[in-house]
Design a binder for this molecule. Structure first.
Ligand code: SF4
Length: 336
């Protein structure tokens, strides 16, 4: 059986704001196995990207992990597992870019505009391989650009990010993220703002690189098409909560949660072109005051009285499929 490379247990993240505390991620648990590609799907504000930043220790200054454990490669890397901030930062500096790498959604804000592509890539290699000589450093830099499909890498190493197209910049970001052969790749909306052809190429690189270096990957997206073509398993998040998880077949052919069904009804299905596309009426919950019960209650056409009062537990539907909906709980019939 494949080893579990990441296990997130009961993760909660809050943000302190002038308006009050935003409960961005609430008691979320999931795992990723070695070599597996996990998709995390949800609309803006569902907590998917915040959860990934919490794993990387990259929350904004007003963000705090308020509970839970983050077990990476059998070691707890949650802030609370360290004696002080310095010990935590030292550990995360050793992990970031080496053991876990992140591909961000906006390559222009990730890349330094006043440094050449080559120097940015060399810096990441050198950080984790301080004894490497100049010639070997140069060789690995060119080789890495070549691996992510950049034509003429010998020229590109000397160029600045502004001289490259959006697709080429995203490839450079991927080259930086993958150069130290991480065990886990976190890709946060990796194809946003790219044209369809470049999107497909970027997804191919993630798939191929994760296969080549046997890395696991988490792909955060709102695009179910990306999940279907790239991922092995998927988590659906809503209102800071995990509402359904399953393998691709279970989520796409036997969705259980009304929100998952709503999402699938709102996108094109190549197997059923004539189907009318539906929208999910209403708006996401206010995370300053999230509902005590199911976060989807105000938009759900199957809501019962109990849905407002209590959050349903995850009901296990198969070894890989779980859903958090009162329709699955016997208790709901007693309360109505
Ligand atoms: Fe709808 Fe209730 Fe299920 Fe939430 S728990 S999805 S409100 S039926």
């Amino acid at each position: 059986m494949e080893k579990t490379i990441l296990e997130v247990k009961n993760l909660s993240v809050d943000f302190a704001t002038d308006q009050g505390t935003v409960r961005a991620v609430r008691d979320v648990s999931f795992h990723v196995k070695e070599g597996e590609i996990l998709g995390i799907v949800g609309e803006s504000g569902s907590g998917k990207s915040v959860g990934m930043h919490a794993i990387m220790g990259l929350l904004a200054a007003n963000g705090h992990v308020t509970g839970g454990d983050i077990i990476f490669n059998e070691e707890n890397i949650a802030r609370k597992a360290f004696a002080n901030e310095r010990a935590y930062e030292e550990k995360m500096c050793a992990i970031r870019g080496k053991e876990i790498s992140m591909i961000f959604q906006n390559p222009m804000s990730f890349l330094n505009p006043v440094l050449t592509v080559g120097s940015q890539l060399r810096e990441v290699i050198k950080n984790h391989n301080p004894k490497l000589g100049k010639a070997e450093l140069g060789r690995r830099t060119v080789e890495q650009l070549h691996l992510v499909g950049i034509p003429s890498p010998e020229t590109v190493v000397r160029q600045y990010p502004y001289a490259l197209s959006g697709g080429m910049r995203q490839r450079v970001v991927m080259a930086i993220a993958l150069v130290n052969r991480p065990k886990l790749i976190i890709a946060d909306e990796p194809t946003t703002s790219l044209d369809v052809t470049t999107q497909a190429q970027v997804l191919d690189i993630i798939r191929e690189m994760s296969r080549q270096i046997h890395a696991s990957a988490i792909v955060v997206t709102h695009d179910l098409g990306i999940v279907a073509s790239l991922c092995d398993r998927v988590i659906i998040m809503y209102g800071g909560k995990l509402v359904e998880t399953g393998n691709i077949r279970e989520i796409f052919y036997a969705p259980d949660h009304p929100y998952t069904k709503g999402l699938l009804n709102s996108v094109n299905n190549p197997e059923n072109d004539d189907r009318e596309l539906m929208t999910i009426p209403g708006s996401p919950p206010d995370m300053l005051n999230p509902p005590a019960g199911c976060p989807f209650v105000d938009r759900c056409n199957k809501a019962m009285r109990i849905c407002k009062k209590k959050m349903p537990l995850l009901a296990v539907l198969s070894e890989t499929h779980s859903s958090s909906c009162w329709l699955r709980q016997k208790e709901a019939k007693q309360h109505g």
